[in-house]
Design a protein around this ligand. Structure first.
Ligand code: DGJ
Length: 306
């Protein structure tokens, strides 16, 4: 189906408003797609430190039956103005990721929860009965005692779920198994790419191989993506190379990875195209990933005719 939204640009919802679902993910549940992401629809505070930020507003959800036209379902977890609240607007809430837990029939949301200087480096957990929320905030944690910044969730083919997060001041990625209800980490964890300074992790598995695409650590500025592979979620991860090809490949087409989802047997990489001076207008791309003999290839193209 034709998509009026252009990769690399701001995307618009079915009401014609800019989609506020940055650093997000797409979950397919009962034939409907749900796009969750950061609502950054406020003014960008341009700090001298270079830490451009938007006060925390909450996480949005958009729904679609074709994965092309997106209806705004509103905020599914909102900031709380009560002083000292973990979700206060002066905090950072980034990279929301949602999994459905079949045993509990709950939707579980994890995200990067931080202070405005990014020094606290925690994860937040929330839960809902419906994909469109509202999500109830449960806890703020330091997963297995480690700092947690950019993160993602991954649900393996055996139903086990993992939190994958940049740790050790972004030097190393950690992979932590979740409890059966997905509401906490269970103490089983490992790491990948030590001292490689990777962030924005996005992961999928195909034919017994795990693939992880990450970015380098350059704030809101683009850099080159790298993918790594392993046959075991916990060990043996190797960085292989840049999956992007063609013009502007070395800057990931001026985007940054956030999630990989599967539709009709094809894996798609979601990118954010950050606009540090006006973060709310940061754009999006959804690009198909080619997998061949353990190698990934991505080309910049329009997300149309699915
Ligand atoms: C890079 C991260 O990938 C983003 O999610 C965000 O935390 C920015 N850094 C902030 O500078």
């Amino acid at each position: 189906m034709k998509n009026e939204n252009k990769n690399g640009c701001m995307w618009y919802d079915t009401d014609g408003n800019p989609i506020q679902a940055h650093a997000g993910m797409i979950l397919c549940h009962k034939d409907t797609y749900y796009w969750y992401g950061q609502n950054m629809g406020g003014e960008t505070d341009r700090r001298d430190t270079g830490l451009h930020r938007v006060d925390f507003i909450g996480f949005s959800c958009y729904s679609s039956t074709d994965c092309v036209h997106w209806k705004n379902e509103g905020l599914v977890l909102s900031a709380c103005s009560e002083p000292g609240h973990p979700l206060h607007p002066d905090r950072v809430g980034e990279r929301p990721k949602v999994l459905y837990n079949e045993q509990t029939r709950k939707f579980v949301l994890w995200f990067h929860l931080d202070s405005s200087d990014y020094f606290t480096a925690h994860a937040g957990v929330a839960v809902a009965d419906s994909p469109t929320g509202p999500f109830r905030f449960i806890r703020e944690i330091s997963p297995n005692g480690y700092d947690c910044r950019d993160m993602t969730l991954f649900r393996d083919t055996d139903g086990k779920a993992y939190l994958i997060y940049s740790s050790d001041w972004n030097k190393t990625l950690r992979i932590a198994q979740l409890t059966d209800d997905f509401l906490d980490v269970n103490g089983v964890f490992s790491h990948a790419f030590p001292e490689q300074e990777r962030e924005a992790p996005a992961i999928f598995t195909k034919n017994g191989v795990y693939y992880m695409i990450t970015s380098g650590c350059t704030g809101w500025d683009p850099n080159n993506a790298l993918f790594g592979t392993s046959k075991n979620i916990f060990s043996g991860w190797k960085l292989i190379g840049d999956p992007c090809t063609g013009e502007n490949a070395r800057q990931t087409y001026f985007g940054q990875s956030t999630y990989i989802f599967e539709k009709d047997g094809v894996h798609y990489l979601m990118l954010d195209h950050w606009k540090p001076d006006d973060l709310q207008m940061s754009g999006y791309s959804i690009l198909p990933i080619q997998t061949e003999k353990g190698h990934l290839t991505i080309a910049f193209q329009e997300y149309t005719d699915l």
